[in-house]
Ligand binder design. Sequence first.
Ligand code: PEP
Ligand code: MG
Length: 883
Amino acid sequence: KKWVYTFGNGAAEGRAGDVAILGGKGANLAEMASLGLPVPPGLTIIADACALYHKNGRDLPEELKLQVMAGLHGMEIVTGKTFGGSQSPLLLSVRSGARASMPGMMDTVLNLGLNDRTVEALGHDAGDARFAWDSYRRFIQMYGDVVMGLDHEMFEEILEDEKGRLGHEYDTDMSAVEWQHVVSLYKKLIEDELGEAFPQDCHVQLWGAIGAVFASWTNHRAVTYRHLHNIPGDWGTAVNVQAMVFGNLGSSSATGVAFTRNPSTGEAELYGEFLVNAQGEDVVAGIRTPQSITEAARLVSGSDKPSMEKLMPEAFSEFLAICKRLETHYRDMQDLEFTIERGKLWMLQTRSGKRTTRAAMKIAVDMVEEGLISQEEAVCRIEPSSLDQLLHPTIDPGISRPIIGSGLPASPGAATGEIVFTAEEAVAAEAEGRRVILVRIETSPEDIHGMHAAEGILTTRGGMTSHAAVVARGMGIPCVTGAGSMRVDMRNKVLIGVGCMLKRGDIITIDGSSGRVLKGEVPMTQPELSGDFGKLMEWADSLRRMTVRTNADTPADARAARAFGAEGIGLCRTEHMFFEGDRIHVMREMILAESEKGRRAALDELLPMQRSDFTELFQIMHGLPVTIRLLDPPLHEFLPKTDGEIVEVAAAMGMPQTVFRQRLDALHEFNPMLGHRGCRLAISYPEIAEMQARAIFEAAVAAARITGAPVVPEIMVPLVGLRSELDYVTAVIDGVAAAVAQETGMEIEYLTGTMIELPRAALRAHVIAEAAEFFSFGTNDLTQTTFGISRDDAARFINTYQRKGIIERDPFISLDFDGVGELIRIAAERGRQTRPELKLGICGEHGGDPASIHFCEDADLDYVSCSPFRVPIARLAAAQATL
Ligand code: PEP
Ligand code: MG
């Protein structure tokens, strides 16, 4: 079996398409090498080996080891160096590389191959003994931590002590001899702590590092990250072993990270940061604040440190050309890592860059205009659920509030919350429903759960490519990094800003779009949904087949949904109208009335209120379809609950309290969600359906007269299981329609249909369709009734089910394709057998879930209906579903 793929020297055994085998990093290194770009030679051990490593008690097959040795030999030939050699020693980096990018989650070892012998040779080759001993101590520190399991801090303490003893402030003050001494202290630490020596055999080092990278696939933070990003555990990580190049060989060396376009705004400008005389992870770790790559970016930042463009013009122009080439080759914005070793540029990584949704929109639209990609591709490049990010509020520009600090605009949107200083505090606060801003000096992969729980993130160190920035952008959480004018005192748990000192629990606002930090809560405004967003949505609309409607109960919902592009109302839950203002009193009188006469009196009062609501909805929708559902919930939802309410309502109705309480008892149900609700109400009390139908028809007449646009109401009967139920209620509706037509002299066209929310209705769809002009799948109830899991109690154990792997996704959020989905397919097919023109839609929560929308496309539904804020998501997902 081929376990190892080599690359370098203008050739490679793998390609960019081999991501599943080689992981993202390995596949793209291979691609760059085969394009003839300057890539240090190396090899990739395939991701399949990871599972095998864990299965075989942390061992690897002999065949694999031989292939690694052969690859290593090839690297020696290309570089002219020898692994473990006393002259020209070859040093290696050993890095993870999974199929999906997991920034910083797994382990890396650099400078591998150094020992007491090779360190001397390296110093000789480089003409720099100080560099060699510094590299050696870095290696021992990394190896001691990653492979041997010693706490990184223990090494740092030794180093700090030494610097203190020598009176040095910076690492750069250390001399060769002083580093050499640190090396001996590090080695002693390892022996004292572990009772074994730091390995001098380079091959032992290599296999130790490879094993550690495979092992890191299952470390706590990697597992958390996978869980958050739905990355399957059985993918495993590949391991990349590559010849080291050094960015820390003096002032003509550097290391950096760049994006071919601005990852925050999408602007078509090279965007990146670098550090002179620094190694590998220094930029990402955010320990030193990096310099701009381009002169233009330096001018914007106002930094007095020179740009790479000025400092290293030759390497810069080569890099610029490579950026262009890679972007055109991959037809996407790239995220690159590079190192300059004594003036020579080396490419260490390329991949599709993570970006904010705003940037993703701009890049997709620009690339269509540049002729790089098609409109279809542009539409597919936006993750529908990420549109949520665009709906984030921003700080009202007219507001002036004390700015207590500022940093880099690392992830857009504004957020307000209480200050917390640790990930644990953030998680605990979120669990209590409090909104927090996680404030750190810098974040590390250990903070990932706290970052997820926070509304926003603020760090005082680090750049646009630091851990906090990258992760926050990926999560769509507002973030400000490198707020250098602020200071976090972790010991005393305070944040010191301009003119203030804030403690845990104090409120701040961060603006991830401008980098500002403000004291207290600040008014926010909603974003504009035009420009690139508008264009992309237009393309999506021209591609999709299904219509997107909204679930809207109030005029405010309906207006918001229209602004988001809803093409009608798929579900108006009329009961919500009864909870507003004084209406609840009349509603209660209606329910608690002891006779039809009493009910009719209350209904007469409700009629004008419903009529005016519907008139307004019809006006807002201006001729677009509007589906109105008859009263659905169990009556007990409207009843007074507290003693105070009971006394009040009884008095208002002029009923003696004892009688009133008896009436309440009579209405009590053991299982109301399966009780007296839905069409059962209309059958028990047809006068309720009559009133609602009358309100609908009279409103349709009124709206049509006002707007001149024809109104075709769709009247929907909930929770039908039997055709006879639907027949009964439809007859009531038809009767009212005829009466209203006579009274007003205006014939209103209308449809009557039903929700499919019960398995029986789905199975008997061919019969029910004889009486229904449309079906709308109420997948909330259909999920509840198919699983026999109460939708109101599911939350208590669904998490446990997910944690224990009993189910993968919450079926109330993402449709259960196998079970509930099967019923939908059956109902759609049988319904259309009877009535080919039967209109089919979905109006449960699933109507706004991208995966469920794909299912609806496959099942050939006519429309999806979702809450107003999900309408753009549904428009995009419906377009993607057709491609
Ligand atoms: C449903 O059951 O899916 C539905 C849309 O109705 P409701 O959520 O109001 O029960
Ligand atoms: Mg329902």
